[in-house]
Design a protein around this ligand. Structure first.
Ligand code: WAQ
Ligand code: MG
Length: 260
């Protein structure tokens, strides 16, 4: 069996978080990638990190290979239209309107969680640690899939780490049968595009989900059925690698998305 490694990096400056990233790599690429992650921590636009933590860990099971979710961007113009669109989309797959309300409310009160909230279809919080949430790790993308994705995103003018990494995370999360959908708002005050992801509709980017300058965000996973412990184990531990990219298309309206 070929050996795979998880590399996880987290960097800070004067105690302030600067950058975090991770991936799954074969033995052959390990040393190059450790160098790349170190460079990334040192040359971040937020400044040069003075503390860099790198975890390199051999995976004891071979990564599950999955396809990325298809991607599109919704034509939303402000937080109000995003909420409306999110309600239409999420209620169409069985999530209660009050659960969507609850998710937006919880993500908007400014509590910075390291991980995601887990919500049932009615909006009841289920994560064991309500302050920390559930942190998804051990995901990556193959070199071929990454260059295919970069090409497709470039034609849309959105080829950056933020989009690529969010798509990888969402593709892992929404792979699990207990996950019905995910709602995400970046915690970067200058990054105002969020997304909804689901197996039904794929990864839908939501421009202007928040106003510029808001320094918090978060993630909510809407879940149903099954064993919570097993889901959390999957999200935190099971290695998953994207080896195939789906269609990436430009701007769409809610109506076009719901037609699917
Ligand atoms: N697992 C679970 N939750 C996480 C993780 C993780 N690995 N990483 C971040 N979060 C939570 C945490 O509460 C963060 O505050 C919040 O999500 C936002 O994280 O296509 O950059 O890393 O243009 O700021 C969306 C891209 C970018 C949309 C999302 O999230 C697009 C983003 P951030
Ligand atoms: Mg962030």
């Amino acid at each position: 069996m070929k050996k795979f490694f998880s590399i996880r990096m987290r960097a800070s400056k004067g105690g302030m978080h600067i950058s975090g990233a991770e991936g799954i790599y074969s033995r052959d690429n390990l040393i190059d990638m450790v160098k790349k992650y170190t460079q990334r921590a040192l040359s971040h636009e937020k400044g040069e990190s003075d503390e860099i933590y790198l975890a390199v860990e051999e995976l004891k099971e071979s990564p599950r290979r999955i396809s990325a979710l298809p991607l599109c961007t919704l034509n939303t113009r402000n937080p109000e239209t995003v909420k409306k669109a999110a309600k239409k989309i999420l209620t169409s797959i069985g999530i209660a309107e009050r659960a969507v309300e609850e998710a937006f409310k919880s993500l908007g009160i400014g509590i910075a969680m390291r991980g995601a909230m887990l919500m049932d279809m009615e909006g009841v919080r289920l994560e064991p640690d309500l302050l920390r949430g559930v942190r998804v790790t051990r995901m990556g993308i193959t070199e071929n899939a990454n260059s295919d994705l970069s090409k497709k995103l470039s034609t849309l003018g959105i080829n950056n780490n933020t989009v690529r990494e969010a798509l990888i995370l969402a593709s892992k999360v929404n792979r699990h049968p207990m996950v019905i959908a995910e709602l995400c708002i970046s915690d970067d005050p200058n990054y105002t595009t969020g997304y909804i992801a689901s197996r039904t509709y794929g990864y839908i980017r939501l421009p202007h989900i928040k106003r510029r300058g808001v320094p918090y965000g978060g993630r909510a996973f809407f879940i149903t059925g099954g064993e919570l412990k097993e889901l959390i184990e999957f999200l935190q531990k099971t290695p998953v690698i994207i080896n195939k990219i789906n269609t990436c298309r430009g701007i769409a309206s809610v109506e076009e998305i719901l037609k699917k």
